[in-house]
Design a protein around this ligand. Structure first.
Ligand code: ATP
Ligand code: LTN
Length: 336
């Protein structure tokens, strides 16, 4: 008798990252580490969200080079462009197109509640542009085009994910089923890595103070120097506590990078000073990132090979994006 082979399709994953500066340890632990881990089990689509980056003024030459380097860094981290779809957002015009359909189905009031908009407009009062305001709608379009089950992001993106789910649910209710409602996928540890200079603020690659963040591509000496300068407290006791945000952040980083539990870390540094602990965190982070930098230096040299990969990524992405976009257009009543 012939046995039927039932193959269940893989669940889908989508995420994006902005090329708005040097990618940081926060990006790595909060999001990229999961992207790498998910690629075996899931059908993954990853993009460099270049359209998002211009919500803040970018120097054109710097933006171009950051788009290349962000794409190359994804490969250096171990994301396989053959197994997954890895592309540059602006190469697939359906992102901006769908964003318009969704904008007309999103309320001004719901956008006004977004905390990232409030933070970024306070930081750049001279450029509170409409794109910065409607940015979560473009993010919803990025996601909904690919019908993912999961979206791996850091904790700061939870609110944007919720709005994407609301927009999708509302659209489906009005026009009929088009979009899958995605689930956020937020890591238990490392979802919110804090600034090394102000541990009450998240580590952000657009922070003007380079001592506040560790770049994935920083060399060992720089990484160790930044950890040595990290702001802590005067208690000199390595323990996790809400009133010790600096040390708690370093414990989170060390435990995530070494896969040790918080209790193990506290025990390891019992009776030791902050100097020893900071050195150990710096070394552990530098050792984790060194091979990534080595691979990156190789990959970035070959622009032709890189171009072939991102073009092919866009071709694969467009095939999927087109289908969803035209289905949405048709449902809304456009003549196709
Ligand atoms: P910017 O500082 O320019 O706003 P960003 O680093 O906050 O940039 P993205 O580059 O788009 O924003 O972030 C990519 C991913 O990294 C997102 O999933 C985000 O949640 C995650 N991420 C960013 N910063 C941190 C952090 N400090 N801790 C954990 N995850 C983070
Ligand atoms: N808004 C995100 C980056 C981003 C994204 C996305 C994340 C743009 N499009 C789609 C997940 C899915 C940020 O600023 N961190």
């Amino acid at each position: 008798m012939c046995q039927e082979n039932i193959i269940t399709p893989k669940k889908k994953v989508l995420s994006c990252i902005q090329p708005s500066g040097m990618l940081t340890l926060g990006n790595y632990l909060g999001a990229l580490k999961n992207w790498v881990a998910m690629q075996d089990e899931f059908e993954c689509t990853f993009a460099v969200a270049d359209l998002h980056a211009i919500t803040v003024r970018q120097d054109p030459a710097a933006l171009r080079s950051q788009i290349y380097s962000t794409y190359a860094l994804l490969l250096a981290l171990g994301i396989d462009p053959e197994k997954n779809t890895v592309f540059i957002q602006s190469h697939v015009p359906e992102h901006a197109n769908l964003s318009w359909l969704l904008s007309c189905n999103t309320q001004f009031g719901e956008m006004s509640r977004m905390t990232q908009f409030k933070d970024k407009s306070a930081k750049h009062p001279e450029n509170v542009n409409v794109g910065l305001f409607s940015y979560p709608v473009l993010m919803a379009a990025d996601i909904l085009l690919y019908k993912p089950d999961f979206v791996p992001v850091g904790a700061d993106q939870k609110q944007h994910l919720e709005i994407a789910r609301d927009i999708a649910t509302r659209f489906n209710n009005i026009y009929g089923d088009v979009f899958t409602i995605p689930e956020p996928y937020i890591p238990k540890a490392g979802a919110r890595i804090m600034s090394l200079q102000d541990p009450n603020k998240k580590m952000s690659k657009s922070d003007d103070n380079p001592n506040a963040w560790v770049a994935i591509l920083d060399d060992k000496d720089t990484i160790i120097r930044k950890f040595k300068r990290a702001v802590t407290d005067s208690e000199a006791c390595v323990r996790m506590s809400e009133d010790k945000p600096g040390i708690s952040n370093l414990i989170t980083i060390y435990s995530t990078v070494t896969s040790k539990t918080v209790a193990e870390v506290e025990k390891e540094f019992e009776g030791k000073g902050y100097g020893d602990f900071k050195m150990a965190v710096g070394e552990a982070v530098a050792d984790t990132l060194a091979p990534v930098k080595q691979r990156y230096d190789e990959i970035i040299k070959d622009k032709k090979a890189l171009e072939a990969l991102y073009r092919e990524g866009a071709r694969k992405a467009e095939k999927v994006a087109c289908k969803t976009y035209f289905k949405a257009m048709k449902k809304v009543g456009f003549v196709i």
